[in-house]
Design a protein around this ligand. Structure first.
Ligand code: G
Ligand code: MN
Length: 391
């Protein structure tokens, strides 16, 4: 069976016309239900679904205009074509007011009726598409609702935010050189630091997060072992926050014991007056490190504008370095260049004795990684016990 082009409710109190319109519409492929007054029309419309109502205006009991009104109360997407024998301005106006798509006058041409109905069916389809689109937009609203959930979760993350630390060790002296502060929160919905940071990015609350992190770090500074530095990660946007370089911030009081890490993963070129900002930080005693060296697309430009005291080699360059000649060459050139430039090098993400010993052989002396200690409550013990492997 060929699927009907659409479901039509046809109402006219003249039986002859009802039959002939009905035959015409069925012949054109529509599924047609016929009633001979408005009351029946309303009844049927409430029980079944129709795409288009074609109705005579003047009918005993309940006329076409009333039917039109009830139809639209019930289904605002349904389309109505009205037909009248005695057109009047008044009914025409009311027909438009109640949302009739067409207002036809008898006697009807075949083409006129078919054209009006086919157009009404198209409009019905269009209405359906628009409704579907609106539902999709509502899903966007759901995302915004989620955003308010995200807002709440982010608030709780800030309230429960604390700093884990991971030791950075000096191999030649077998001492702890410093600790990197790593963000943690008690909010389960934002269970890792990456999620907290991306929530802050989405909510435009990075500044708040950066300030909170630095305040929490400052609170641990009193317990920082003598002679050790605290390494603190910055988001590039933190560089634009005057709180960072304010003498009044809690962390500034400890500036000489803090190394600020600037990642190579993002460019700092867009930050206005970046050199002056870095200079202001140095005046407070902060030292600067390039983080994730080798991982970023920022290339060498961050290197030249930061003039770092320390570079931290990305763990991607360290992973399996004992098996990669390429990685070994890069790290060897880096350590020798940094020695010339008086820059300290930290090899990050050391997990195995082989990685450690290869890095030592290539000129590295500062290490961070699970081999020595995982991040934990300040300030975790270092495992020195493993003997150097025989190379
Ligand atoms: O980007 P940055 O270097 O600041 O990130 C340090 C991250 O690396 C922290 O999340 C820390 O937990 C993780 N990390 C530290 N040591 C190791 C390690 O030995 N192996 C791996 N896979 N991750 C590490
Ligand atoms: Mn880091």
């Amino acid at each position: 069976m060929v699927e009907a082009k659409g479901r039509i409710l046809l109402a006219d109190d003249e039986p002859g016309l009802l039959r002939s319109y009905g035959r015409l519409l069925k012949g054109a492929g529509y599924e047609v239900s016929m009633v001979d007054d408005g009351v029946q029309g309303v009844d049927l419309f409430k029980r079944e679904t129709f795409d288009v109502v074609v109705s005579d205006v003047s009918m005993p009991g309940l006329d076409g205009l009333e039917l039109l009104r009830v139809v639209h109360e019930h289904d605002s997407d349904a389309q109505v074509v009205l037909i009248t024998a005695g057109p009047s301005l008044d009914t025409a106006i009311r027909a438009v007011e109640y949302g009739a798509v067409r207002y036809l006058t008898k006697p009807l041409e075949t083409e006129e009726l078919l054209g009006a109905v086919s157009r009404a069916v198209q409009l019905r389809k269009m209405a359906e598409i628009r409704r579907q689109a609106a539902e999709v937009l509502q899903e966007n609203h759901k995302v915004i609702e989620d955003q308010s959930k995200l807002e709440a979760a982010f608030g709780r993350a800030l309230d429960t935010l604390w700093m884990a630390t991971q030791p950075i060790v000096q191999w030649s002296t077998q001492r702890v050189y410093g600790y990197e502060a790593l963000l943690r929160s008690g909010e389960p919905a934002l269970g890792n630091p990456g999620l907290v940071i991306s929530a802050a990015e989405r909510l435009g609350r990075l500044r708040e997060l950066g300030r909170c992190i630095r305040d929490r770090v400052a609170e641990t500074m009193a317990a920082l072992p003598d002679g050790a530095f605290m390494f603190v990660n910055l988001h590039t946007q933190d560089l634009e926050d005057e709180h960072l370089s304010s003498e009044l911030s809690k962390l500034s009081a400890y500036g000489r014991r803090v190394v600020l890490e600037i990642t190579e993963r993002a460019s700092i070129q867009r930050i206005p007056n970046v050199r002056a900002r870095l200079e202001a930080l140095r005046k407070l005693g902060f030292r600067l490190a390039i983080d994730d060296l080798g991982a970023g697309y920022a290339g060498l430009n961050s290197f030249t504008s930061v003039e770092p005291e320390v570079v931290k080699i990305d763990m991607g360059l360290i992973r399996g370095i004992h098996q990669s000649l390429t990685k070994q060459k890069i790290v060897a050139s880096l350590t020798s260049l940094c020695r010339e430039l008086n820059i300290l090098v930290v090899a990050e993400g050391i997990e195995t004795i082989e990685e450690r010993d290869t890095a030592i052989a290539l000129g590295c002396d500062l290490f961070q990684g699970y081999l020595f200690a995982t991040p934990g409550r300040p300030f975790p013990e270092v495992k020195w016990s493993r003997p150097p492997a025989l190379l």
